[in-house]
Design a protein around this ligand. Structure first.
Ligand code: TXA
Ligand code: MG
Length: 483
């Protein structure tokens, strides 16, 4: 007998059965696939409905062994999310009745199954939100660890309502949150970060309805953006309403609004029940935090409330966009969603990276300050064929060493393999996976500081899709500037 992992949500008689994708093992990265829901018939026991549904969709007989967990769904009061554990009966094989559904079933042992079921909880929440907006989850969402789910998330939400600061994860980077309606709490964010007062904060909310608590009704393009990309790594600039204190937007008539897609972020925002103003959780000018350890290391006692969720997914901040007259979409800050992706979603709209005129119209001061910079000097290497790049890196590395520098090379694993093993190399990931390079960039820069590196040699990437944002951040990290 083999075990099959299926998560089952029952809400008002509707069944949603979740299976796990192949990506889940071995490191628990991945998301549950979703089988369309069915209905629990009148007088039918829910577990019988599950058996019936699995038989219909996957062509296999299962025995429901028991309920693993039942929790009220925070989004749907009075509902229950039920995780059943099922074993497959006899030697029945999954029939490819529905290829798509059947192909993503993951076979695991019982202990793993139970852990997975419990850790799925937050992802179920993220799924439901997406489901409500008619979209699928991103493929690379990290499943939280069991112990992260036992943090007192509603307690942290209460702290925000009471005016405290709380650091929380998002799918991009960690943020330091405060009640967006509480000007003195927001002022403390600027204080702990040493953030210039003219740099506005993004307001994080949990749902479409909550956007209306901070912004005026929006035009067609704005609502299309929200529907297409939220929850997700995008921030849309909308006309701010009077509920939002001007400290949040640094006096701007626009408020940047974002619904993150990270399961724990959504739980936290739901528990907060107020819009949460939050910049990235780093000291001003430093690389953004992509792991809770970075936040704790940077702020220590200054920021005792940290919601822990390990590494973030994208590792680069959200893309900040300004919709204009239903015909133009201006990227005020490049980020996790590329220009190409936006253009593909809105073929009839001009998608442009902000010019100085745009920046004058809606100042995005984050773009003018020095940013993302480690303590060591950063030298950006030109885009060269591998053999020439390696020759140049070797020369620069030896020269820096002879000048008494502590040197590190930040490059792809492919370049690393061509360098002498005696060199200090902090790999960014494979050149074939630019998303991985994006997600490792800040943590690698932060590691340079931890290792007291004084000179950093960093590889360039071709400026397409994620590569463009990566290069923008690398260039900024290398600037010798102020603030
Ligand atoms: O992914 C993210 O966006 C992360 C997570 C925590 O949500 N947040 C983040 O915040 O990166 P922060 O404060 O580090 O960067 C926000 C950027 C800045 O460049 C800021 O100038 C711009 O967004 N911004 C925020 N509100 C704005 C507004 N009302 N008008 C123009 N620019 C705005
Ligand atoms: Mg920032």
């Amino acid at each position: 007998m083999e075990s099959i992992v299926l998560g089952v949500i029952i809400h008002e008689g509707r069944i949603v059965i979740q299976k796990l994708t192949e990506e889940v093992r071995p490191d628990f990265r991945g998301v549950p696939a979703v089988m369309p829901g069915g209905r629990v018939k009148d007088k039918e026991r829910p577990e019988d409905a599950v058996v019936r549904k699995i038989k219909k969709d996957l062509g296999i007989d299962v025995l429901v062994e028991g309920i693993i967990a039942t929790r009220e769904h925070p989004l749907i009061p009075g509902s229950s999310v039920v995780y059943y554990f099922c074993t497959v009966m006899g030697s029945s094989k999954i029939q490819n009745k529905n290829k798509e559904k059947a192909s993503s079933v993951q076979w695991v042992d019982i202990a793993t199954a139970i852990i997975l079921m419990l850790t799925l909880y937050s992802q179920v929440l993220a799924f439901l939100i997406r489901h409500i907006y008619g979209k699928t989850l991103p493929q690379n969402v990290t499943l939280p660890k069991l112990e992260w789910l036992s943090q007192d998330i509603s307690g942290l939400g209460k702290k925000v309502r009471e005016g405290e600061l709380v650091a929380f994860p998002t799918e991009t980077v960690y943020g330091i949150g405060a009640d967006a309606f509480n000007a003195s709490a927001v002022a403390r964010i600027f204080e702990v970060k040493n953030r210039p007062a003219d740099n506005p904060l993004i307001v994080h909310v949990f749902s479409l309805e909550a956007i209306e608590r901070v912004a005026f009704g929006f035009d067609e393009l704005s609502s299309a953006l929200v529907k297409r990309f939220m929850p997700g790594p995008i921030t849309v600039l909308l006309a701010k309403n009077n509920n939002v204190p001007s400290i949040v937007t640094a006096g701007s008539p626009y408020v940047g609004v974002r619904i993150p897609s990270h399961g724990l972020a959504l739980e936290f925002l739901s528990a907060s029940a107020v819009p949460v103003a939050a910049p990235s959780a780093n000291k001003s000018g430093k690389p953004s935090a992509t792991h809770h350890d970075h936040v704790i290391e940077a702020f220590g006692e200054q920021l005792p409330n940290v919601l822990r969720a390990g590494k973030t997914v994208f590792g680069l901040e959200s893309t900040v966009v300004l919709p204009q007259n239903n015909e133009r979409l201006v990227i005020m800050r490049q980020g996790a969603i590329s220009q190409e992706e936006l253009q593909k979603s809105f073929p009839h709209v001009e998608v442009a990276i902000a010019t100085s005129v745009d920046l004058k119209h809606a100042p995005t001061p984050g773009s003018k300050y020095r940013h993302y910079a480690p303590t060591g000097k950063v030298e950006v290497l030109p885009l060269l064929p591998k053999n020439r790049l390696v020759a140049r890196v070797e020369r620069l590395y030896r020269k820096a060493l002879s000048q008494g520098e502590t040197v590190a090379i930040l490059c792809t694993t492919e370049v690393q393999q061509l360098l002498p093993t005696s060199f200090t190399v902090l790999p960014l990931g494979s050149e074939k996976k630019m998303n991985a390079v994006a997600s490792n960039l800040y943590s690698t820069l932060i590691e340079c500081d931890a290792r007291r590196i004084t000179k950093i040699l960093i590889q360039s990437f071709s400026e397409k899709k994620a590569g463009r944002t990566i290069m923008e951040r690398i260039r900024r990290a290398s600037e010798i500037g102020i603030s």
